[in-house]
Design a protein around this ligand. Structure first.
Ligand code: XIL
Length: 437
């Protein structure tokens, strides 16, 4: 894999403001220290972010020049971005101007931009899409740059769940969901809807529904119909029911949906979704189904029931895994069960913990390599699935510091493909290596 190479030379000067007025002594009491930071984007090395970190310049004007003798740009508060047309060596100048006496101080930085970026994940295969879980406030800036470059499938991490879209009876709120869906459409991405029915994202008013069971069922039908219809033709696939099986006992989870609508609530919900959009792909999604044999059997029993009514198109195996576990043969078992049924396999919610035993407090190279190897193994295994059964691998978050797992487990971890500086990790290389063989 080509290595990204770029260099940053910074020539720093500190210049103190002095007055030109001969009648008064030079004012050395309020020194102006001029400095700035430059970050060359790893995703697009033509993109440079500058941040004026000067001190003592209150009331003075500052200007940027991004090329020698180029046009002058007024400095705004906060970091600013400049995009070059071609790679090369550029002189960036920050000028601080004292209006009273025309004193100018400047500082120069030379940027040598390389153009050897890593290949994009989505370009590494045309057999399945590569998905990312997003939040509506994480689609701009560097998030957006990476999203558009690397991914061709979007899942809302939480904003297309019932507690967000249906906060009170009769009042839908599609603000965030629309923003995510529109973003995906504008950027030619598939949208995976996640998730219509999930016991962990049920609004309180639904948990405590005061009407009859029939009214409850009618309300659920209205909800599924409203949501699926709204995004028909745009959302390509929906997780209809998420995590219906109880841990341990592997029985049907005793959610409000089960108690109100009966043991066949699952097929009712899939039927509502099918009726609302006959073309959308319907998935069942759950966790620990690679290694928990009882749970896997329980899930395939549900899936078989749905398949007999032509109500299911695919199985989502949540890939919340770690560098040690589950084994590739355990992962293979859920693939085999899905392929044998002629369904699409979604490796959903991929994150690979490297600190499951909480024995490290900072990321080590050894663990990063182990993570790279695990990601490569998982993606190789996925790539070997017959093409007709392939669907997508979805990664559950962009940067390590944004993962839901830190809150969930209450301990540090680095489970994703990008570090907190938006830099691709070794795990990212592992993904690509699997598809470049
Ligand atoms: C998690 C999200 O990552 C969090 O942001 C949210 O607060 C709770 O849900 N299984 C699922 C996902 O199906 O929807 C969950 O996502 C993680 C576990």
């Amino acid at each position: 894999m080509p290595k990204r190479i770029y260099m940053l030379l910074v020539i720093l000067t500190t210049i103190f403001a002095c007055s030109k007025d001969n009648d008064t002594p030079p004012d050395t009491t309020t020194p102006i220290s001029v400095s700035f930071e430059v970050i060359v984007s790893q995703q697009n090395t033509l993109r440079v972010t500058v941040n004026n970190t000067s001190t003592g310049i209150s009331g003075l004007n500052s200007y940027w020049q991004f090329t020698k003798n180029g046009s002058v740009v007024q400095d705004e508060a906060g970091p600013e971005m400049h995009l070059y047309d071609a790679s090369g060596e550029y002189l960036i100048t920050l000028t601080v101007e004292a209006p009273d006496d025309d004193i100018q101080v400047s500082e120069t930085v030379m940027v040598i931009g390389g153009d050897s970026m890593h290949p994009a994940l989505k370009d590494a295969t045309d057999k399945f899409s590569v998905g990312m879980a997003v939040q509506s406030n994480r689609m701009g800036g560097q998030h957006g740059e990476i999203l558009v470059r690397e991914f061709n499938n979007l899942t809302a991490e939480y904003e297309m769940k019932m507690n967000i879209m249906y906060p009170s009876q009769g009042n839908y709120d599609f603000t965030a969901a629309d923003a995510i869906v529109n973003y995906g459409v504008a950027n030619n991405m598939d949208i995976h809807g996640h998730t219509l029915i999930w016991h962990n994202a049920t609004p309180d008013w639904v948990e405590n529904f005061t009407g009859t069971d029939q009214e409850f069922e009618d309300m659920i039908e209205d909800y599924i119909t409203t949501v699926v219809t709204r995004y028909a033709g745009v959302v390509r696939s929906w997780d209809v029911v998420n995590e219906a099986i109880e841990d341990g006992s592997n029985q049907l989870r005793n959610s409000v949906f089960r108690t109100r609508m009966g043991d066949d609530y699952i097929s009712k919900c899939y039927q509502f979704a099918r009726n609302a959009d006959p073309d959308v792909l319907l998935f069942y999604n759950d966790y620990n189904i690679t290694f928990d044999e009882g749970k896997q059997a329980a899930i395939f029993a549900i899936v078989d029931g749905l398949a007999s009514q032509n109500l299911i198109d695919g199985v989502g195996a949540q890939m919340h895994i770690d560098i040690y576990f589950p084994s590739s043969s355990q992962i293979q078992s859920v693939v085999d069960g899905t392929v044998a049924r002629g369904l699409k396999m979604h490796f959903a919610e991929l994150d690979v913990r490297i600190n499951p035993s909480n024995d490290i407090s900072s990321l080590t190279e050894e663990r990063e390599i182990a993570q790279q190897n695990k990601v490569r193994e998982v993606v190789e295994l996925y790539d070997a699935i017959p093409d007709a059964n392939k669907f997508a691998i979805t990664i559950w978050g962009m940067r390590d510091n944004e993962t839901w797992l830190i809150d969930f487990w209450g301990q540090p971890d680095w489970p994703l493909l990008y570090n907190s500086n938006f830099e691709a990790k070794k795990a990212h290389s592992g993904f690509l290596e699997a598809l470049n063989n």
